[in-house]
Design a protein around this ligand. Sequence first.
Ligand code: FAD
Length: 256
Amino acid sequence: MSTFPLAAGRDREAVRHELVRRTVRVLGRTDLPGHLVRVTVGGDELAGFASVGPADHVKVFLPTSGGVVARDYTPSEYRPVGASSGPELDLDFVVHGEEGPASAWALTAAPGDEVSFGGPRGSRLAPSGYRNALVIADPSGLPALRRWVRAFAGVVPVHALLFGGAEAVGYLDDAELAAATPQVLAAEHDLVEVVASQDLDDDSFVFAAGEATALVPVRRHLRERLPKEHLSLHGYWRRGDATFDHHSPLDPSDPD
Ligand SMILES: Cc1cc2nc3c(=O)[nH]c(=O)nc-3n(C[C@H](O)[C@H](O)[C@H](O)COP(=O)(O)OP(=O)(O)OC[C@H]3O[C@@H](n4cnc5c(N)ncnc54)[C@H](O)[C@@H]3O)c2cc1C
């Protein structure tokens, strides 16, 4: 059964949250498949944390030599009372080297380290009333993909496409693998071709998150097949671009 509140229909209700900046401490760090690292944080300031939309994000603040920078991360899992007997939040970071401040921080995060984050500022509920759903992600979008799989469980049949790192499929547990029937793309697979072969019609919903350039042709293809309200497609990062703004249009040639 879905572990998320669902919208009454296809319109995805927006839920606002009070914007709170929280300072927390690292409780633990676990290596996950697919070059992901789970950093579990905890502390009194986590109390009251709420994240009811599958694609919610928080802004993690990271000190660098040039000042504090913010990076967006999906609240992978929140436990009001975790193993530490207090509130806990898992954040799952793709570690892609030391150039990026967030990746560098996650590589060395150790119990006791302090970190601050803000948000989520708002949530959009998962829709109901669709015949099926397709969720597409590279490793950066896996925490969100997993939340979508959990949100749709028992409500809407969901099929997952994973690109940009086959080993990342090990990120999903057995129940999630069974629910998401994942298809893992090898490097030689063409993402658009695979998306084109999917069972999609006017009663389908598609979420995608990952490297922005790879998703542009996917968006072009899907815009020809589905009403835009059925699509939730997001560039989470762009290769070679440390200043990527995920609010900028995914496809600048078609910003609508
Ligand atoms: C709404 C939202 C939710 C997100 N949730 C998550 C999440 O849960 N987990 C997660 O890992 N990421 C997530 N991301 C993506 C993450 O915010 C970016 O990958 C971010 O750029 C990482 O910051 P950085 O400081 O490590 O690297 P940056 O300083 O931003 O970039 C430095 C260099 O690294 C490259 N780079 C950035 N990200 C990646 C990557 N994933 N793989 C390979 N190279 C990369 C850039 O192209 C650049 O060349 C999310 C993004 C958004 C918009």
